[in-house]
Design a protein around this ligand. Structure first.
Ligand code: GLU
Length: 485
């Protein structure tokens, strides 16, 4: 059996997109499940759109998601370099090999000539296919074009490759996800594999790299299907083994259009900045096309890898439900180990002076505020009254009520007897405080509304005993006095 080797090959023209993250994840899961290798290759041949910032973002995002690669630009490997721009000297010799075998030819057409061909096709309402004008140039004709100062590009001859390896114009392959796919290749124009400036185009570089890196399975988005037909012919023309392909459906926004900024975050780093946990993101993204064999959707990457089967992936598009992601993120926040939550949450509390609390106290604050939140960014609002004096404007009416006029002064009377050295004791004291008013016909809920409003400026929030304990007696007294004013 051939070794399983898969790869993710992002182009660093932007931050790592959530769709690319899903492709990476499915490759990673496929490698895990089959004891294979997961490889990272940076496809930076488009120098104008590439930036180091994006390369760093790709590295950081994949790492944050736990999708660690076995071979890649930073960790190296047997088949490096793993960055395309460092591989430029590899491509010309394979292009030359194809020319010698008769599967590629020099093309001297100028951009203006090609534009004219396209316009002509447009006029005749024909899809544009390159005319093959340069396929059969004689040595003499080439010589004179060179003398004019023209530099040739190299084009791949679709028809020659198709004829050499197939009985008809139809090229078919068995896709791991989509089943049988086929295409009439007479509709594909001969395409450039090496530009006149000596750099390879995507469809060529990707084949040479996948071939040299011994990639066995190529799992990527279905937007690449049309490229796959071109690439298969290149493999065949080179006499190389053709890898297996699996094309994933697209990820669409809830309105079924392409997922874009206007729907919300799209890059992994944006989700992280908004307070999504990478564990939740990975779990959520796995469900875009894959379903667990049991009904339990919340799963770690290792659990998913055990259950993963590429042939069972849905071939249709998936809808990116932000609401479901929020729900799932909330589940992760609720169950997260508290010290880990502390590490993740502190960047979201930057606005506040957190130094007045110990780490232990901050952890308790997070423990009592995490229940309703779905993203960590909500913590800033939900913990505000622990760090700042409350804004009482929203609860003004409540503080002026008859209940408040009774329960708040009384709190000041009894607070000296409350046991501020233990949260447990405080819970008892507050229960007694409620009971005292209950006997006078004020519902415990109402007593607490007034008390909470005075201390936090809100009618809902964390456990009141914990709030009183963490804020301390002096602060509580001060807040109640302010509220009474
Ligand atoms: N660099 C290509 C992309 O980001 C890779 C496509 C492929 O997997 O072949 O779309």
């Amino acid at each position: 059996m051939t070794d399983i080797r898969v790869r993710i090959a992002p182009s660093p023209s932007g931050n790592l997109h959530i769709g690319t993250a899903r492709t990476a994840l499915f490759n990673y899961l496929f490698a895990k499940k089959n004891n294979g290798k997961f490889i990272l290759r940076i496809e930076d041949t488009d120098a104008e759109r590439t930036s180091q910032e994006y390369i760093d973002n790709i590295f950081d995002s994949l790492k944050a998601l736990g999708l660690n690669w076995d071979e890649g630009p930073d960790v190296g490997g047997e088949y490096g370099p793993y960055t395309q721009s460092e591989r430029f000297d590899l491509y010309p010799k394979y292009a030359q090999m194809l020319v010698e075998k008769g599967f590629a030819y020099e093309c001297f057409c100028t951009p203006e000539e090609l534009e004219a061909e396209k316009e002509e096709a447009g006029k005749n309402k024909q899809p544009y296919v390159y005319s093959k004008k340069c396929e059969n140039l004689t040595e003499k004709q080439k010589e004179s074009l060179r003398k004019e100062g023209r530099k040739p590009a190299i084009r791949f001859s679709i028809s020659k490759a198709q004829k050499a390896f197939h009985d008809s114009n139809i090229l078919a392959f068995d896709d791991l996800v989509k089943g049988n796919l086929h295409q009439d290749t007479s509709l594909i124009g001969d395409f450039v594999i090496m530009k006149s400036n000596g750099t390879p185009t995507y469809n060529f570089a990707v084949v040479i790299d996948d071939m040299l890196m011994k990639i066995s399975h190529i799992i990527r988005g279905e937007d690449h299907i049309s490229n796959t037909f071109k690439q298969i012919l290149i493999y065949e023309a080179l006499g190389a083994d053709v890898p297996r392909f699996g094309h994933l459906g697209m990820i669409l926004a809830p309105d079924r259009s392409k997922l874009s900024k206007r729907h919300g975050a799209t890059a992994v780093s944006e989700f992280v900045e908004k307070g999504y946990l990478t564990d939740a993101l990975v779990n959520f993204v796995a469900l875009l096309g894959w379903s667990p064999s049991d009904s339990e959707e919340i799963k770690t990457v290792d659990e998913i890898a055990q259950d993963f089967d590429i042939t069972k992936i849905s071939s249709s598009n998936s809808i990116f439900e932000y609401d479901k992601l929020n729900w799932m993120n909330g589940q992760y926040i609720k169950k997260m180990d508290l010290t880990k939550l502390y590490d993740y949450a502190m960047p979201f509390l930057k606005k506040y002076d957190t130094s007045k609390y110990t780490k232990e106290q901050l952890i308790r604050i997070l423990e009592v505020t995490r229940e309703p939140i779905t993203t960590l960014s909500e913590l800033e609002f939900d913990t505000q009254y622990f760090f700042e004096k409350p804004d009482l404007s929203e609860v003004k009416e409540l503080l002026e009520s008859e209940t408040s006029k009774k329960v708040l002064p009384y709190a000041l009377d009894v607070i000296n007897s409350w046991g501020f050295d233990s949260e447990e004791k405080l819970h008892e004291d507050m229960a007694n405080y409620r009971e005292y008013f209950k006997a006078q016909g004020i519902k415990p809920k109402e007593t607490m509304w007034s008390f909470r409003a005075a201390v936090t400026g809100r009618t809902r929030g964390a456990d009141m005993g914990a709030i009183v304990y963490l804020l301390g007696k002096d602060e509580i007294v001060d807040r109640i006095k302010t509220a009474l004013k």
